[in-house]
Design a protein around this ligand. Structure first.
Ligand code: 13P
Length: 334
């Protein structure tokens, strides 16, 4: 096992007050967001958008690592530099999303499992050659009255652990993402129970698959009431509940925890990370962000696919990234 390399990468990813930028939307997801923003859904527009992000002035002061998709890691910036190299040249660690999305889980109506383990060992060594030093795999857990089932949690957490072991063998740090969705009407307490059960199962599976916890990053959801839950708790309750759950489930050997934003507004995602740092100034792991929508959305809307808007969009992207970095110090004000 390339223990030293994994440790060096996790250190670089958690450095200073920085966080991760998720810019790894699959082609269908990126196209969906482009359609909503009135942007043409073509490979050239996706490349131009990712070029805008990577060339944002001073991005590296707030962002330590960026997650690319399979399409982007094979593309070059508009100046002809492979995206992974362009990030590396700025001091940003390049990463790659390696899961292949979710499918219905046979025998479990309404539940999903993430695919992508077949051939992953070979793909992983290619991604290493292309410059990736960390990877991401997202499991999706849906809550309603009857689900998640134990069977669905187990299938997803087992796949995450198999993925993590394959990453570490290749010298690539696994970002392990068990996302409990905020769709529906469930309460904060229900989210807490499901998240806790999922995390406890995840760490058992990681142990069983001989994953070295010093060489992973956990990317969890915050503990939130569902979007359509009638009771929306304040940021302090969300922060206390989230941190208490993580302290109960996440061993201190894990070097970093980086939240997904999951559909929170950019302001909410930043404010809640900030509140956690204000209330808990000393935690066993580095605590940061790995947001996609909460960092990118204002920039994508401003860009709208027009070259004349690039500078304004880059400013908006840097603005959100640096506010999240401020939240890591508990010093954020909008
Ligand atoms: P959001 O921050 O938009 O939830 O995306 C993070 C991510 O990488 C989801 O896999």
């Amino acid at each position: 096992m390339k223990t030293q390399e994994l440790t060096d990468t996790t250190k670089a990813m958690m450095a200073g007050d920085k966080g991760l930028l998720a810019m790894d939307e699959s082609i269908p997801t990126c196209n969906k967001r482009f359609a909503e923003a009135g942007i043409p859904q073509t490979e050239e527009y996706r490349r131009a958008y990712r070029d805008l992000i990577v060339n944002t002035p001073n991005l590296e002061t707030a962002i330590s690592a960026a997650i690319l998709s399979d399409e982007t890691i094979r593309q070059q910036t508009l100046a002809g530099v492979p995206f992974a190299d362009a990030l590396k040249n700025k001091g940003i660690v390049p990463g790659i999303k390696v899961d292949q999305g979710t499918v219905a889980l046979a025998g479990f109506p309404g539940e999903k499992v993430t695919e992508g383990l077949d051939g992953l060992r070979q793909r992983m060594s290619e991604y290493y050659t292309l410059g990736a030093r960390f990877a991401k795999w997202r499991a999706v857990i849906i809550i309603n009255e009857h689900i998640p089932s134990g069977g669905c949690l187990e299938a997803n957490m087992h796949a995450l652990a198999r993925y993590a072991a394959i990453c570490q063998e290749a010298g690539i740090v696994p970002v392990v993402e068990p996302e409990v969705l905020m769709d529906g009407t469930h309460t904060l307490e229900r989210c807490r129970k499901v998240t806790q059960e999922g995390l406890l199962m995840l760490f058992t599976e990681l142990h069983n698959q001989r994953v070295d916890l010093h060489g992973i990053i956990l990317k969890p959801n915050m503990i939130l009431p569902a979007k359509d839950c009638p009771v929306q708790e304040d940021d302090e309750i969300i922060a206390h509940t989230t941190i208490k759950c993580l302290l109960r489930c996440v061993p201190a050997s894990v070097p970093g925890v980086a939240f997904l934003s999951g559909g929170q507004s950019p302001q909410q995602a930043t404010a809640r990370l900030n509140t956690m740092h204000k209330l808990y100034p000393s935690l066993p792991w580095a605590l940061t962000f790995s947001y996609a929508r909460a960092v990118q959305q204002p920039a994508m809307d401003l860009w709208a696919g027009k070259p004349e808007n690039i500078a304004a969009a880059q400013q908006a992207l840097y603005h959100r990234a640096s506010l999240n970095s401020t939240a890591r110090r508990g010093k954020y004000t909008e």
